[in-house]
Every structure is written in C-alpha cells, then in structure tokens.
Design a protein around this ligand. Structure first.
Ligand SMILES: [Zn+2]
Ligand SMILES: [Zn+2]
Length: 141
C-alpha cells in the first residue's frame, strides 16, 4: 500500500481536516456491532496508519469512549457533523483511520482482512480470498 502516502482527508462538513505522512500498515473491513452504528449497517473500511504520521490540520475532534467496556476504544468524530474519523485502541500503536473520510477514498486498495465477523450480519459481504477473523487477527489481540 505504499502508493498511499501524503493522504489528506476530513469530515463531511469540513471542520475537521487531517494529513497522513506515512503509508498505511494494512487495511481491512470491520464487521463489529459498533461499526454498524457508524456506517449505516454495513462494515467499516479502515486503514491502520502509524499514529505519529497523522495530524489534524484544522479543527479538534470530539471523542467518545464507552465507560462500560474494558479496554474500550476511543472514537474521534466531528462535533458538528458527526463524521467518525479515527479509532484509537488501547495498546495498539497504530491509528484506525476510516476510509470514507479520505479526500480520495479510491486510494484504498480494498480490504486485506475482515475482522469481528462474529458480530457481522447476514448481508455483509467478504470478498473472495480475504482472510476473515471472528475477532481480531492473532497478531493484534
Ligand atoms: Zn464535520
Ligand atoms: Zn468495528
């Protein structure tokens, strides 16, 4: 995925803008129940990017961490338009960036894995040949 360097993006209303200066580590699709809320019911497409390669160039995100879950992720979103931009997972060095917020989402070469399929829906589609994991892949647990 080395072609996807110096990516830019932001939220739907434009209050949040960001830049990414290093290539993503990997990318995939998440089937978890939480992602279904944010995506409209489908999977969420994401890239894992080195945390220090990501910076907001305009605006400051609001964030939310569920208080009732152990090791809950923190989701950053635009407080004005509600666009979900990133997720930070405790213990994960990389940042989870939502493909739909890229200025050019077509930079995403497609998912390299499907995760949290145990929470998926019957109408979710996993492309042929894409490895699927019931939760996180072993190296990320
Ligand atoms: Zn916005
Ligand atoms: Zn998810």
């Amino acid at each position: 995925m080395s072609q996807t360097t110096n990516m830019t993006g932001g939220c739907y209303c434009g209050a949040l803008r960001y830049a990414v200066t290093q290539p993503p580590v990997t990318g995939g699709q998440c089937h978890c129940r939480a992602c279904q809320y944010f995506s409209g019911g489908n999977v969420n497409f994401y890239m894992l990017i080195p945390s220090d390669s990501f910076a907001y160039t305009a605006g400051t995100p609001a964030s939310y961490t569920r208080p009732d879950k152990e090791n809950a992720v923190t989701r950053d979103f635009c407080a004005t338009c509600g666009t979900h931009v990133t997720t930070r997972r405790p213990g994960l060095k990389q940042l989870v960036l939502k493909i739909g917020t890229l200025d050019d989402p077509a930079l995403f070469p497609g998912p390299q894995m499907a995760i949290f399929t145990e929470e998926g829906q019957p109408f979710h589609i996993i492309p042929d040949g894409v490895p699927a994991f019931e939760t996180l892949p072993p190296m990320r647990r």
